[in-house]
Design a protein around this ligand. Structure first.
Ligand code: SAM
Length: 345
């Protein structure tokens, strides 16, 4: 059949298994780099399928390691796969794969936290933001310590349409420590609702795909792993700058068990704290006795809009940081108490 002939042409020739590659190149997992490998190709294929069809796609894989996901992505029909790997030990094994898939695999030895993805792909794959997403995907099984700062960085890039989002609404399929995956997808009122839930959900459709038990990894991590898929929204649910939204959400959630009023007050200097917090909540029509976890995205949108309005009236508010004020006060006390000429009252 012509169709199956086409599919067959994507497939890689027979290769050593991932386990054999690990042995062949002596790729012992580095505990310091939190390396945990997936060897079960069925499970890997399931993870990669969460990205959707990859036929003819451009893909960036973050942290390919011994190359399990890399093989699966190539077998799924990606025509251009760019892998970014920090640990040089994996490069020879990846080169073996690249020879098996001529012209389809580009290997970058680098750090995904600094890699300029806006230069990684041809500009002609770009789709206007309002259109369907471009045929570009980001897929990765990264160490937990990298996955969280990375998604925060990418959410900001998404809001500003920079980096990987310069090409349009690039989709992401990534793994996280299960607890973080739950926070990313948590709905209003749930125990896991957090800063991360709001920041991710105001910008994307976030889908929890499935959980990979810790025992599926070599070596086994302490926790289970959640696979999460992100599709940027055409219209973010909050229309304020990312940094402003981040500040409002961070302040609200710093007292997550208290009424939301408490965190909102901290957006303002002491002298005008109660008055402006009151005005912000009245303007947003948000009940001050809701807990942070009970706030919906429309609530946060109304609060961010009200805060932006107050900042337009009084521009110095935008740079005010309650924690910075506390730090300076603390410093003053330290200087005064360590000054031998200072006489305590
Ligand atoms: N993808 C492989 C798998 O699923 O078996 C390896 C997963 S292992 C959890 C994470 C991989 O990411 C390792 O290969 C590690 O060297 C790589 N890595 C860690 N930090 C990185 C960074 N900042 N940039 C690029 N790669 C990184």
């Amino acid at each position: 059949m012509a169709a199956s002939g086409k599919v067959a042409s994507f497939r890689l020739p027979p290769l050593p298994t991932i386990g054999e590659v690990i042995k062949l190149y002596n790729l012992r997992a580095e505990k310091q780099l939190s390396q945990n490998f997936l060897l079960d190709m069925k499970l890997i294929d399931k993870l990669v399928r969460q990205a959707g069809s990859l036929k003819g796609a451009h893909v960036c894989e973050v942290g390919p390691g011994p190359g399990g996901l890399t093989r699966s992505i190539l077998n799924a029909g990606a025509k251009d796969l760019l892998v970014v790997e920090k640990d040089t030990r994996f490069i020879p094994g990846l080169k073996l794969l690249s020879e098996a898939a001529p012209g389809r695999l580009r290997i970058i030895h680098g750090d995904i936290l600094t890699y300029r993805m806006d230069r990684g792909f041809p500009l002609n794959i770009t789709k206007p933001w309002e259109h369907d997403p471009p045929n570009l995907h980001i897929i990765g099984n990264l160490p937990f310590s990298v996955a969280t700062p990375l998604i925060i960085k990418w959410l900001e890039s998404m809001a500003n349409r920079t980096g990987p989002f310069m090409y349009g609404r690039t989709r992401l399929t990534l793994t996280f420590q299960k607890e973080v995956a739950e926070r990313l997808t948590a709905s209003t009122g749930s125990r896991q609702r957090s800063r991360l839930s709001i920041m991710a959900q105001y910008l994307c459709t976030v889908r929890s795909c499935f959980t990979i038990p810790g025992r599926a990894f070599v070596p086994k991590p302490e926790v289970d792993v959640g696979v999460v898929h992100f599709t940027p929204l055409v219209q973010p649910q909050i229309q304020q700058p990312f940094k402003l939204v981040e500040k409002v959400v961070r302040n609200i959630f710093q007292f997550r068990r208290k009424y939301c009023r408490k965190g909102i007050e901290m957006l303002f200097p002491e002298a005008c704290r109660l008055e402006l917090a009151e005005e912000m909540m009245r303007r947003a029509d948000v009940d001050p006795t809701l807990r942070p976890t009970e706030l919906t995205i429309p609530h946060v949108r109304a609060l961010a809009d009200a805060y932006a309005h107050l900042c337009t009236k009084e521009p110095s508010l935008i740079t005010y940081e309650f924690r910075e004020e506390l730090r300076l006060k603390h410093l003053d006390v330290l200087i005064l108490t360590s000054d031998p000429t200072h006489i305590a009252p």
